[in-house]
Design a protein around this ligand. Structure first.
Ligand code: ADP
Length: 351
C-alpha cells in the first residue's frame, strides 16, 4: 500500500510534512494528486504497452544488475506528462525486487530535505524524483557525491566550530523524470548512466491500454468506442484513461450499465468540446490567436498572456501535439501557424 511518510529522519535531520511516498509497488495512486485512490498501473514490463525498444534495453540493464548483485545505474526518463515515466520507475522497482520512494523535486526546498531523504534510503532502494529539473543548485550539489560514490558530505556547526563529515549511504538507484531535459544542468545529467525518452503512443497502443484498463475497472468497451477514444487522446495514456473514466461515468448514469459504446464516447467528447483529432478549446484558441495575428510569429509568453493560460502548460501539453499534427511550428522568432493550421481554423469556424 502507498505509505505517506512524513518522518524519515534516521539522524538529526528532520523532514516535515513533505509529500513523500514509499511505494511497495503494488499500489499507487492513479491520479498523482490523490494518493488515496488504489492504482491500476501496470506493475511489470509485460503489462506496460508500447515502447518495445526502451523496455528491452531497460530489461538488459536490469538483468545485468541482478546478475552482478548490484543496484541499477541511475536512470533519467524524459518526455511529456502522462506518458508513463512514474509507471516505469515503479516497474523498474518491481523488476529489481525492491521498493521505490517517490518525491517531487518541488518539495525538496531546503538542503535538509534531500539530506533527510538520502539518509532514509535502504540498500538497493529506488529513489524516484519527479520533475527533477526543478531541483535547486544547492540540492544538486548535495546529490553529486551521493550519486557518484554513495557518500554524503556534511558541514556541521557554524563559524569557528565548523566541521566536515562524510557519511556513507546505502547503494541506491536514482530515477529522475522530467518534461524539460534541457533545463537539467549538465553535471546532473552526466551522472545518469541510462537515459531514455518517452514518445507519444500510436492509436493502436492506446487502444490496448484502454482495453486493459477497462478490464481492470470492470467495464466493457467495444472496438469502435475504444478506437475513437484512442484517436482523440493526443498520444497520451493519461488522457486516454481519463476519457475512458468519464465515459464510464456517462454510461453508468445515462444507460445504468457498465458498457461504453460509441454513442457514450461521442457524448463525452462533445461535452468536453474535443474533436476527432483530440483538439480541445485551448488548442483552438491557441491556433485562432495565431490566425488572427496573420499566422505569427508570436512569442510563447505573448500567447500565454493573451489566452490567460500558463506558458508551461502551453509549452508542454498544448504545443507538442499541435506541432505533431503539423498545425503550428516553432521558429526562433516565435510560434507560426502552418498552412494546415490555417485550413483547420477555417474549416472549424465555417461549420
Ligand atoms: P508520467 O509520470 O509520465 O506523467 P504516469 O506514469 O503517471 O505518467 O502515467 C499516467 C497514466 O497512464 C498511469 O495511469 C499509467 O498507468 C498509464 N500508462 C502510462 N503509460 C502506460 C503504458 N505504456 N501502458 C499502460 N498504461 C500506461
Amino acid at each position: 500500500m502507498a505509505i505517506i511518510s512524513s518522518n524519515i529522519n534516521e539522524s538529526n535531520y528532520s523532514r516535515s510534512n513533505k509529500e513523500l511516498r514509499i511505494i511497495k509497488s503494488e499500489i499507487l495512486s492513479e491520479d498523482k494528486s490523490d494518493s488515496q485512490v488504489i492504482s491500476n498501473r501496470p506493475k511489470f514490463f509485460k503489462e506496460f504497452i508500447g515502447h518495445e525498444k526502451l523496455k528491452s534495453s531497460l530489461k538488459i540493464s536490469i538483468d545485468a544488475s541482478l546478475f552482478r548483485g548490484e543496484c541499477l545505474d541511475h536512470l533519467l526518463l524524459y518526455g511529456q506528462p502522462g506518458l508513463g515515466k512514474t509507471t516505469l520507475a515503479l516497474i523498474v522497482a518491481n523488476e529489481m525486487n525492491t521498493t521505490c520512494k517517490v518525491i517531487n523535486a518541488a518539495s525538496l526546498e531546503k538542503p535538509r530535505d534531500i539530506v533527510g531523504l538520502l539518509l532514509g534510503l535502504k540498500e538497493n532502494q529506488i529513489l524516484f524524483i519527479d520533475e527533477i529539473h526543478r531541483l535547486s543548485n544547492l540540492t544538486e550539489e548535495i546529490l553529486y557525491p551521493a550519486l557518484e560514490d554513495f557518500k554524503l558530505d556534511l558541514t556541521i556547526g557554524a563559524s569557528r566550530g565548523t566541521r566536515c563529515r562524510t557519511i556513507n549511504l546505502p547503494k541506491f538507484t536514482l530515477i529522475g523524470a522530467t518534461t524539460k531535459l534541457a533545463s537539467i544542468s549538465s553535471p546532473l545529467r552526466d551522472r545518469f548512466g541510462i537515459c531514455h525518452k518517452l514518445y507519444l503512443y500510436s492509436p493502436e497502443d492506446l487502444q490496448k491500454i484502454i482495453f486493459n484498463f477497462s478490464n481492470l475497472i470492470n467495464i466493457k468497451i467495444d472496438d469502435e468506442a475504444s478506437i475513437r477514444l484512442a484517436l482523440c487522446s493526443r498520444g497520451t495514456p493519461r488522457i486516454a484513461l481519463r476519457l475512458l473514466k468519464r465515459s464510464r461515468d456517462y454510461s453508468q448514469v445515462i444507460k445504468k450499465n457498465n458498457t461504453v459504446s460509441i454513442e457514450i464516447v461521442e457524448k463525452v467528447l462533445n461535452n468536453q468540446k474535443i474533436d476527432r483529432r483530440g483538439l480541445d478549446e485551448i488548442d483552438r484558441s491557441f491556433l485562432n490567436y495565431l490566425y488572427q495575428n496573420n499566422g505569427g510569429p508570436i512569442g510563447l509568453e505573448s500567447i500565454s498572456a493573451a489566452l490567460s493560460e500558463d506558458s508551461r502548460m502551453l509549452e508542454f501539453i498544448v504545443e507538442p501535439y499541435l506541432i505533431q499534427l503539423g498545425l503550428i511550428s516553432r521558429t526562433p522568432r516565435g510560434r507560426v501557424l502552418t498552412p494546415s493550421g490555417e485550413i483547420y481554423i477555417n474549416e472549424y469556424y465555417e461549420k
